[in-house]
Write a protein that binds this ligand. Structure first.
Ligand SMILES: [Zn+2]
Length: 143
């Protein structure tokens, strides 16, 4: 694939660069103490700068998003009410928790729709993306 910017043929697909530049390895070593021996496992993983630049789009976590918003409201409400301690404590607590639940549902729905509608498009465009290794130009092909 020829780079449209500098006409270099030294180009690679983003997905290839990503695979090449991402590594993870597990090494096991024996640790010997006084008479006892233990095994320590070290997992190392890393990514080159270019691989990070060429990483694929990420799906949004629907449940993660839901829990994040809900817990944010729930914990926030507990902290505020602990200091404030108003008369209608229970009502406010219930109201805020309900509001958090609704917003969490809306957020989760947003993540779900993103995964369903936007993510395949992003993934498709990523699969068609190339990177020029000469000038660093990123571009997409038609298919
Ligand atoms: Zn180029």
């Amino acid at each position: 694939m020829i780079c449209p910017n500098c006409n270099s043929a030294n180009t690679r697909k983003k997905s290839v660069i990503y695979d090449e530049g991402t590594y993870s390895s597990t090494s096991t070593s024996n640790v010997r103490g006084s008479g006892a021996s233990a095994t320590s496992t070290t997992t190392s993983s890393g990514q080159s700068k270019l691989a990070r630049k060429c990483s694929p789009p990420q799906k949004m976590s629907v449940i993660g998003y839901f829990l994040f918003i809900f817990l944010l409201f729930f914990i926030g409400q507990m902290i505020v009410l602990a200091f404030w301690n108003p008369d209608n404590h229970d009502l406010i607590a219930k109201g805020v928790t309900a509001l958090g639940g609704v917003l969490a549902l809306l957020g989760a729905r947003g993540s779900f729709m993103f995964n369903r509608k936007e993510y395949p498009k992003l993934m498709d465009s990523w699969n068609r993306s190339w990177c020029c290794l000469k000038c660093g130009n990123l571009y997409e092909t038609e298919e």
